[in-house]
Ligand binder design. Sequence first.
Ligand code: GSH
Length: 340
Amino acid sequence: MKSILTTGLAAIVLAAVTAGPVLAQGTLQKVKDRGQLVCGVNTGIAGFSAPDDKGNWSGLDVDLCRAVAAAIFKDPAKVKFVPLTAKERFTALQSGEIDVLSRNTTWTMSRDTSAGMNFAGINYYDGQGFMVNKALGVKSAKELSGASICVQTGTTTELNVADYFRQQGMTYKPVVIEKLPETLAAYNAGRCDVFTSDASQLYATRLTLGSPADHIVLPEVISKEPLGPAVRQGDAQWGNIVRWVLFALINAEEFAITQENVDKMKDSTNPEVKRLLGSEGDFGKGVGLDSDWAYQAIKAVGNYGESFERNVGQGSRLKISRGQNALWRDGGLQYAPPIR
Ligand SMILES: N[C@@H](CCC(=O)N[C@@H](CS)C(=O)NCC(=O)O)C(=O)O
């Protein structure tokens, strides 16, 4: 006769076994049950994430959220955007307030290990720069010794500027402020000589200054800032969903699949295109989604290049060139592993 102990043990083991996959699907299931994705974005940086006067968000980071929502729900509108300052963003992810952080966040080792996050990829290769008022007459960062520098709390920017000045044997006075509008107001009012941030953010914020043409971005790029989406540690499937949606958008550009031709491309004879769009094989299964997951993502926001041009490139006010963000075959760094 089976003892109560072994029966009980068997029940616990069974529960653990059945709980395994349920736990592994935690975030996806939570998102599905809620009926929308909750995406952490920045409070407003043109080109990356910014709301218009009707509260509609747009930007490169916003597109990634919409693409993930489309891959899950076949509807890019099923996403709620939570604006977060640099300081707030990690707590919001760790506490479960947001499902994914898609907010000009630099992938660093400490964030990817001890801060409880995992980065899913890089959607913008950036680097830190300096902006000054032309009236200062400064042409190079090497002339900035003794300057006062405005920087936002909780950013990689703070450490990089300290490293750079130390290495150059120069001094500076940090003016550290939490909120971006206040930081810019301080810079605009001359409370600091310099505003430092990732270069893309310098170009974006310059447009919001009273007279953008009065400010220049100095030529020095003092750091590597690989920006990308991050998820909480401990849910590999969820991380895979975000990672492969980004890869799908990058691969789509490589195969010339666009928002406009994606339906026609389903009939392509190229096996790689067929697999990506779900007309051959079922790659959605591996991430708990339907086989049309990538088709839906591309249909929603276009391929990576389209999203780039629309938000930060030639179709935008920023007019940033592809540079390091071009595809690998065009001399850039954007390279997505294959879907097979
Ligand atoms: N990439 C850097 C900096 C990111 C960052 O937060 N930059 C500021 C300066 S432009 C920003 O986006 N502020 C907007 C906000 O606080 O919402 C990091 O991950 O620490």
